[in-house]
Design a protein around this ligand. Structure first.
Ligand SMILES: CC(C)(COP(=O)(O)OP(=O)(O)OC[C@H]1O[C@@H](n2cnc3c(N)ncnc32)[C@H](O)[C@@H]1OP(=O)(O)O)[C@@H](O)C(=O)NCCC(=O)NCCS
Length: 234
């Protein structure tokens, strides 16, 4: 595949064996960034990221001199019925320059090409990711519309907020579930789509209310476990 080079000198492309040497650095940044945000962390090994690169299921952004800028990969659930774009991370020096938007757009394209009938899903607390997702056609959904498969939810098990998810029988948590439904998109093409910008203030309020309610019943302050974050499928 020909890498896409923009006039800002970032290259965003499907990762391959030439990117294997970046896996360790990317993993380290995922860890650091989760610590900085005070969330749990997705314990993804460099080997797992390498596997994704070799399978053609990862998107990497680099500078034109080959320095790592951003990354994400795709995972499937329930035999390809659902695809998640996971592990989105942008190097702090390159944030707010539209890189995550470009990486997610490529991951979305890759997901649609490889799994055209799959529903594309995400779980996130990040407003930036919610905005990007909604521009791609995702809509917020209840957790019951996400995979029922225990393997999917196992990804949340070492998040600092996992107690909320179990306490509510997987009905609520601090993350928002989002879904792109290809079937529904066809029907919706002519009608008005959900507009994140129009609703974002409402969403910020909803998230604050959710946090107040869902954290109220926490028995004792939990020690942060730096292992796996709930935003794993963002
Ligand atoms: C979240 C993250 C991936 C965003 O990367 P980025 O390259 O800075 O994002 P972009 O520049 O493409 O911005 C996307 C949109 O979100 C907005 N945005 C970016 N950061 C934001 C923030 N902290 N709060 C609210 N909006 C934000 C941007 O303004 C942009 O909107 P616009 O298109 O209207 O201008 C990056 O901050 C990051 O790596 N964070 C740590 C890891 C993480 O949280 N991953 C997400 C897991 S679900």
């Amino acid at each position: 595949m020909i890498p896409e080079v923009d006039n800002d000198h970032y290259i965003v492309q499907v990762a391959d064996e030439s990117h294997l040497n970046l896996a360790q650095t990317i993993c380290k940044e995922m860890e650091e960034s989760a610590k900085a945000r005070g969330t749990g962390i997705a314990k993804r090994s460099p080997l797992y990221l390498m596997e994704k690169m070799l399978e053609g299921k990862a998107i990497v952004a680099t500078t034109d001199t080959g320095e790592w800028v951003g990354f994400c990969y795709i995972e499937t659930w329930e035999h390809g019925k659902f695809v998640a774009n996971s592990g989105l991370i942008v190097h702090p020096d390159h944030r707010k320059s539209g890189i995550a938007t470009r990486i997610k757009a490529e991951a979305f394209k890759l997901s649609r090409t490889k799994y055209p009938d799959a529903k594309i899903i995400g779980l996130t607390t990040s407003l930036a990711v919610m905005k990007i997702n909604s521009d791609l056609g995702y809509e917020p959904v209840t957790f019951s519309e996400l995979p029922a498969d225990d393997a999917f939810w196992k990804g949340c098990s070492s998040c600092v907020n996992y107690d909320i998810l179990t306490r509510t029988n997987r009905k609520h948590c601090l993350c928002t579930g989002m879904l792109y439904n290809p079937e529904q998109q066809k029907k919706q093409e002519k009608s008005e789509k959900w507009n994140f910008l129009k609703e974002s203030k409402l969403y910020e309020r909803w998230m604050r209310i959710k946090q107040r309610i869902l954290l109220r019943f926490r028995e004792r302050p939990r020690v942060r476990k730096p292992e796996r974050e709930l935003e794993a499928v963002g």
